[in-house]
Ligand binder design. Structure first.
Ligand SMILES: Nc1ncnc2c1ncn2[C@@H]1O[C@H](COP(=O)(O)OP(=O)(O)OP(=O)(O)O)[C@@H](O)[C@H]1O
Length: 578
């Protein structure tokens, strides 16, 4: 319990002082609630002693009551003021921290971890923290502090009654421990089911076009239904377990309160207690356990919070790929692969002993059969993963010496699957260079052959693109991504040439856009087109993760090998990869 409070305070960082202050006022609020009992005791005990009440006594009692009411109102106001926006502020900061951290994590992390898990952590877990973390914490702190304080007062007031109170607290703590264990198990199950539901929903939406084209709605929905039923069962399970246990927990307080009243009656009848004390004890018996009861009601939320904190923590501690990286200024952009070895699972080698050199301002075509490792080689250069053996150098510096940000500032990437954000066309183009002016954006768009079709859109450059660029054609999306890369103006360009899915008119436009992009750059292209391959300064043939051949088109054609075989097939059939 204390651990969870410390964790929240740690996340709150500079807001933690504000939160601690709010806990103090929350505690004072609980104390001010007891002033009315103090006033009652003062009044009755004086009356009992003197047989009448004086105006001085009345004034003292009223003063105590007013003091309690005003103190309570001020404390509650301050708790509200100190906490009201804290949850949003803390979680907004936490979201930025998680986002910033994920930027530095290797791409492998996203392949190895379930997308549903990651999405659940940055959405539902953080939303949960936003809504409950602050308001819950003060109740926990108050629950503990108020119980300790009340114990002290009750024992000082009457030690026999104090013993019954402490016994009630001790027995309730045993049940509370059980409540906690059950809540941990239930909240783990509940959150796992929720993660599955999120993953299934994401998969359904992402694969909706495939589902539709194969008329698989029924089957797919069946699978979703099963997952959602499991999630519903997992969500209702905690209630089934929690409700009877909480009933027992509550009953302990009622029983203890009855015992307190009975004992007080016994004491007062035996003249061991005055009437004033008896009246106060009867009034207090059913309220002194309230902080602990509230704590019990919060158990499930507390455990769920703990789980949410664990998962967000897991994201934040995912190993950064560039922990020791530096911002490095480069003046040369030649690329060297030296005895590079790599495998995705660190077991079965995929890239084996790959060495080649790419002089700056040249075009290198990477060709080879599908699955040979061409894309992996470009990913290693951009340091989406680190090589397991050997090294990759740009301008003589190992890519592992850079921070991801610094390295990627030198590289533009145009992939086959273009991702456009749900934002305006202008902002999508500006993504690689956020400070660019509208004029610079238009200049890049013109070079990438997008200006005309952008002007035809309803709001021109201010038109919002649908999620993942769904309102544009494949060719248009590709050209926007090239405009983005032109605006970034990085000295190295990695291009995965994709011409299969676009019509001839778009293909010509894309080619013009690419020509504008790669002027004076060091270009590595995963090439599919005959013209690109023929025009390359050098061709690297990758087969089964190794460099099979390296040279110029004419030289390679003369050699007997993979290139010659593929070239001949390429000429016969237009739809295979060289
Ligand atoms: N993230 C990943 N995790 C595990 N294996 C992967 C991952 N990405 C690719 N692979 C595997 O690595 C091998 C090489 O893939 P890669 O995409 O580099 O080949 P490629 O030559 O670019 O293929 P293509 O021409 O079909 O795009 C393939 O067997 C592929 O299944």
């Amino acid at each position: 319990m204390i651990k969870i409070i410390m964790r929240i305070l740690k996340i709150a960082d500079e807001l933690s002082q504000r939160l601690k202050l709010s806990y103090l006022f929350s505690f004072l609020d609980a104390i001010f609630s007891m002033f009315s009992l103090g006033a009652l005791f003062l009044f009755l005990s004086n009356w009992e002693r003197q047989g009448q009440y004086t105006s001085r006594l009345l004034f003292q009692v009223i003063r105590l009551l007013v003091f309690g009411i005003v103190g309570k109102a001020i404390s509650q106001y301050l708790v509200y003021r100190l906490q009201s926006t804290a949850g949003y502020e803390v979680v907004a900061k936490e979201r930025m921290n998680v986002g910033d951290h994920l930027k530095r994590v290797s791409m492998g992390y996203f392949y190895e971890h379930d997308l549903g898990d990651i999405t659940a952590s940055v959405t539902s877990d953080l939303n949960f923290m936003e809504q409950y973390s602050m308001h819950m914490m003060d109740k926990i702190v108050t629950g503990f502090l108020a119980t300790v304080t009340i114990s002290f007062f009750v024992v000082t007031f009457n030690w026999k009654i104090g013993l019954i109170f402490i016994a009630g607290v001790a027995i309730s703590m045993m049940v509370y421990h059980k409540l906690q264990i059950q809540s941990v198990i239930a909240s783990k199950k509940e959150q796992a089911a929720q993660r599955d539901a999120i993953a299934a929903t994401l998969e359904y939406i992402q694969g909706i076009s495939v589902v539709k084209s194969f008329h698989m709605h029924e089957k797919h929905l069946d699978g979703m239904e099963q997952i959602f039923t499991k999630s519903e069962q997992a969500s209702s399970e905690p209630i089934k377990v929690f409700t009877p246990l909480y009933g027992v927990y509550s009953m302990i307080f009622r029983t203890a309160a009855c015992l307190i009243v009975l004992s007080a009656s016994y004491l007062v009848l035996g003249n061991d207690m005055d009437y004033a004390s008896f009246a106060v004890i009867v009034c207090a018996a059913f309220t002194i356990f309230t902080p602990l009861e509230t704590l019990g009601q919060l158990t499930q939320l507390i455990r769920r919070m703990d789980e949410s904190l664990n998962r967000v923590e897991e994201l934040k501690t995912a190993k950064e790929i560039d922990q020791d990286g530096k911002k490095i200024e480069l003046s040369k952009f030649d690329i060297t692969f030296e005895n590079v070895e790599f495998s995705y699972d660190e077991k079965t080698p995929l890239i084996q002993n790959v060495s080649f050199q790419i002089p700056e301002h040249t075009m290198t075509a990477i060709v080879g059969p599908s699955g040979g490792g061409k894309t992996t080689i470009t990913r290693l250069l951009a340091r989406f993963w680190d090589v397991q053996k050997g090294s990759i150098r740009i301008g003589g510096r190992d890519v592992r010496d850079f921070t991801s940000e610094s390295l990627l500032s030198y590289i533009s990437m145009v992939f086959q699957n273009v991702y456009l954000f749900q934002d305006t066309i202008e902002n999508n183009i500006k993504f690689g260079n956020p400070d660019a002016t509208r004029e610079e954006v238009i200049k890049a768009a013109k070079k990438a052959c997008c200006h005309e079709f952008i002007l035809e859109l309803s709001n021109g450059y201010d038109t919002m693109i649908g999620e993942a660029g769904s309102t544009l054609s494949g060719g248009e999306r590709q050209r926007i991504s090239i405009a983005r890369a032109i605006l970034k103006d990085a000295p190295i360009v990695l291009l995965d040439e994709a011409t299969a899915s676009v019509d001839p008119e778009n293909e010509v436009e894309i080619q013009r856009a690419i020509d504008a992009l790669v002027k004076d750059k060091t270009l590595i292209v995963i090439a599919h087109r005959i013209s690109t391959i023929k025009n390359a300064n050098q061709i690297i043939v990758i087969n089964e993760g190794k460099v099979a051949q390296c040279g110029k088109h004419k030289e390679l054609l003369k050699e007997k090998g993979v290139y010659q075989t593929y070239w001949n097939i390429r000429k016969k059939a237009d739809n295979w990869h060289v």
